[in-house]
Design a protein around this ligand. Structure first.
Ligand code: FAD
Length: 283
């Protein structure tokens, strides 16, 4: 049960769709453990170009069959308007009312001529609004440390503003370990009149190699003092996890104290790490 202080906030968990039916079976106990703490919803990622379409559907179907509030991710790059519309209707029929709307990244080897009817996420948000009205609560992605392909920080912020103006209700950030990056981004948004909730995305630190690989790809900075300690603990997973837990729990506490409207956990389909943080925060 969420502590009173946090009642009005949004706490959610992100899953990725398992590759096989057995993988989904293995995920179910993890979801059960996460459901026990009553998050607002689970989100399920979607591979760009529709590469995980059926797997995302299977995971979303199962969550809905359990009566769990679910927010499928939907990326638009490489898709036609009709394909996106079919998916929106599919989700509407499942009584889904929340989506995470994204551009996605073109799978390597796919040229820009195959990029489909949408170029940026703001076009997807506008399309969802024009086709489905207010049926969906639309989440979009935000980048406190700047999107890796952005030509500069100011343009990136204005592009975010355009996406919000197209009809987004709230945003979830890329993960970060620099508190100031979040507070500066949020304050800059306020100055531009962007007043939707911007929920920090939280990545537990559990595996050094995986974290550096992800961070290099998505442009999230691992501060030197964290990186150096993680390097030291590379062959000592227990110490690494204790240190990672401490760092991420402190970050979450500072975020909530500084007025963040909730937390979205990138679970990597593992309940233990986010739940340990959740419990220590007293949520
Ligand atoms: P956009 O908002 O379109 O921005 C992409 C880039 O284009 C930015 O550099 C921006 O500054 C620029 N830009 C935006 N609009 C314009 C414009 N109108 N004119 C010129 N430039 C513009 N990826 C997946 O494939 N599947 C997922 O399920 C998934 N889930 C995610 C969840 C979260 C919370 C986050 C933060 C990211 C997720 N991603 C996912 C990754 C995401 O798809 C990539 O980061 C992608 O590169 C950008 O997607 P976007 O929706 O932020 O794009």
């Amino acid at each position: 049960m969420i502590n009173n202080k946090y009642n009005a906030m949004t706490f959610s968990f992100e899953l990725f769709p398992p590759k096989t039916a057995e993988g989904l079976e293995k995920l179910k106990p993890q979801i059960a453990a996460l459901t026990a703490v009553k998050p607002k919803y689970f989100s399920v990622t979607y591979g760009a170009g529709g590469s995980t379409r059926e797997r995302t559907f299977a995971t979303v179907d199962w969550l809905r069959s359990q009566g769990i509030d679910t927010a499928p991710h939907l990326s638009c790059i490489g898709s036609s308007r009709q394909e996106i519309k079919d998916i929106l209707i599919h989700y509407q029929n499942q009584d889904i009312h929340r989506l995470v709307a994204l551009r996605g990244d073109l799978p390597s080897g796919m040229g820009s001529s195959e990029s489909g009817d949408f170029r940026y996420a703001n076009e997807l948000v506008a399309f969802i609004r024009s086709e489905m009205g207010d049926h969906f609560h639309i989440e979009v992605a935000a980048y406190p440390e700047i999107h890796p392909q952005a030509s500069n920080a100011v343009k990136d912020l204005h592009n975010f503003q355009t996406k919000v103006a197209a009809g987004a209700n709230s945003a979830i950030t890329q993960y970060f370990y620099n508190l100031d990056a979040y507070t500066k981004f949020r304050d800059d948004c306020h100055k531009l009149g962007i007043d939707i909730p911007i929920i920090p995305g939280i990545m537990p630190i559990t595996n050094y190699k995986q974290l550096t690989r992800f961070s290099d790809a998505c442009g999230a900075e691992i501060p030197r003092w964290i990186r150096k300690r993680l390097e030291t603990y590379q062959d000592n997973p227990e110490s690494l996890q204790v240190f990672g837990h401490e760092v991420v729990t402190n970050l979450c506490r500072q975020l909530l104290d500084s007025g963040a409207p909730g937390l979205h956990f990138y679970t990597m389909n593992q309940a233990t790490y986010p739940l340990n943080i959740w419990q220590e925060l007293g949520l």
